[in-house]
Design a protein around this ligand. Structure first.
Ligand SMILES: C[S@@+](CC[C@H](N)C(=O)[O-])C[C@H]1O[C@@H](n2cnc3c(N)ncnc32)[C@H](O)[C@@H]1O
Length: 205
């Protein structure tokens, strides 16, 4: 089964509240974004945003230039439906972050929770990194949440890479400067403990 089919099936067959990565709100991501103090017009992309409510919370906070990208059209439809008419204020991109066309220097902030860790080959990670660096404005920020070394070796039935701070810094490259990091235990709706590493980076000018 290819990756797109895997994710489409997951979102079509299970309520989002039962998915392992589900959280009613991505509090850490939201708080870190608020802490950055970006202008409300700053372009922000949530990569692999799935059906998460981060976009709802950012709209509530007044952010005006939001993009949510995901491989799964089903996931994005769920978010669009939930948002109702507010969905038209968001740009929705369906596709693979490692290959799709993204605007050059188009974003002040790149957010990724639980997406990069699914890239298990060096070639995939290199493509992701290239895409991210091209799409980020100079001085732009990255907030990433990925499985920490203590987390299980699989997420959503797929193998994942697990990262400590040094390994994530190496994987994303020297163009990004680490600004902040934090480990956080997530418990899945099924009761499984998953340790996440959150890191915030700034693209060197
Ligand atoms: C574990 S879920 C996390 C969803 C969301 N970020 C959250 O924290 O609730 C991973 C998401 O990444 C998406 N995804 C996986 N591989 C992707 C890729 N190569 N390009 C874009 N999206 C991808 C999946 O469809 C899924 O919605």
């Amino acid at each position: 089964m290819n990756q797109k089919t895997h994710w489409e099936n997951i979102y079509a067959s299970k309520p989002r509240e039962t998915l392992g990565w589900y959280k009613p709100h991505l509090e850490t991501s939201l708080q870190w974004i608020l802490d950055l103090g970006l202008p409300r017009t700053a372009p922000i992309i949530d990569v692999g945003g799935g059906a998460s409510t981060l976009v709802d919370d950012l709209l509530d906070e007044g952010y005006e230039a939001l993009t949510v990208l995901d491989l799964s059209a089903n996931a994005l439809s769920q978010s669009r439906e939930r948002l109702g008419e507010r969905a038209s204020r968001v740009t929705w991109l369906t596709g693979d972050v490692t290959t799709m066309q993204l605007p050059g220097e188009g974003y002040a902030l790149w957010h990724d929770r639980a997406v990069f860790h699914f890239l298990t080959t060096a070639a995939q990670r290199a493509r992701y990194r290239d895409q991210m660096l091209k799409a980020l404005q100079p001085g732009g920020h990255v907030i990433m949440g990925a499985f920490a070394p203590e987390a299980p070796p699989k997420c959503s039935g797929l193998p994942v890479e697990r990262y400590d701070e040094a390994r994530l810094c190496r994987a994303l490259g020297e163009t990004l400067e680490l600004e902040r990091s934090h480990k956080e235990l997530h418990t899945t709706p099924g009761g499984v403990a998953q340790m996440y590493l959150y890191c915030q980076f700034k693209k060197r000018v």
